[in-house]
Design a protein around this ligand. Structure first.
Ligand SMILES: *[C@@H]1O[C@H](CO)[C@@H](O)[C@H](O)[C@H]1NC(C)=O
Length: 223
């Protein structure tokens, strides 16, 4: 009896330390937690500030992306859902439910034109190593599936804000309190003169000109 009580106690202590050790503790909405970054990947050069405010409901992960210091609002107007918006300006979240370095995760992006990219990424090397498989499975009907997005450009204040809602059923994660996640957040910056070159900005440095390095993903506890 004594040993089972102490193992319950130790189990609870381990859970508490896991939650408090996460980079971000994500609350139930309407409270939010903020990830913010203002450095380039991989050289840590200055990037304009980007923030991501996160919270969860019983059925959705809500993300509010805010890009400050925006000057070009550069996108390709011919792009529609799941187009190559990543070649222009986007804000991005790579999302995985679990604590390990994932080989499969969800890539979500939104452009200043309110177009989204929604794909599960298959990256068995975890670092997109040359000569290894790297594949995408698109979510082809995100709005039919319950995704939501709205995007507002504020050109006088050099800012754009995109509010997104991603169904938790995608991750088998409804009612997510107590779950642990790995994520990274990014922003690409380019304009008509520098395209196709981009400045890559990120929350957790991947130490490469490559976002698909999953050991670099941050840790998030849904509390
Ligand atoms: C953005 O796209 C979504 C999904 O099509 C739509 O519901 C929303 O009204 C769009 N417009 C803006 C300005 O956010």
């Amino acid at each position: 009896m004594r040993s089972s009580i102490s193992s319950i106690f130790l189990g609870t202590a381990a859970l508490i330390s896991l939650a408090s050790a996460a980079d971000l503790n994500v609350p139930a909405c309407p409270a939010t937690v903020r990830a913010s970054f203002n450095q380039a990947i991989p050289d840590l050069a200055p990037c304009p500030l980007t923030t991501v405010d996160l919270c969860y409901t019983s059925t959705a992960l809500n993300l509010v992306f805010t890009a400050s210091g925006e000057t070009s609002f550069y996108f390709n107007p011919s792009h529609t859902t799941n187009g190559d918006i990543w070649a222009y300006e986007v804000m991005e979240a790579f999302i995985y439910k679990g604590t390990d370095n994932p080989q499969t995760y969800f890539e979500y992006e939104v452009s200043p034109n309110n177009v989204t990219y929604n794909a599960f990424i298959y990256n068995p090397s975890r670092v997109r190593a040359a000569g290894t498989p790297f594949d995408h499975a698109f979510v082809t009907d995100p709005f039919g599936d319950g995704f939501k997005v709205t995007t507002a450009l504020d050109k006088p204040n050099q800012k754009w804000v995109s509010s997104s809602s991603i169904p938790l059923a995608l991750f088998n994660a409804e009612n997510p309190q107590g779950t642990n996640w790995r994520m990274n957040f990014f922003r690409t910056i380019t304009d008509a003169t520098t395209y196709p070159q981009q400045k890559l900005c990120g929350w957790k440095n991947t130490n490469a000109e490559n976002f698909h390095i999953t050991p670099s993903f941050g840790t998030l506890a849904f509390v």
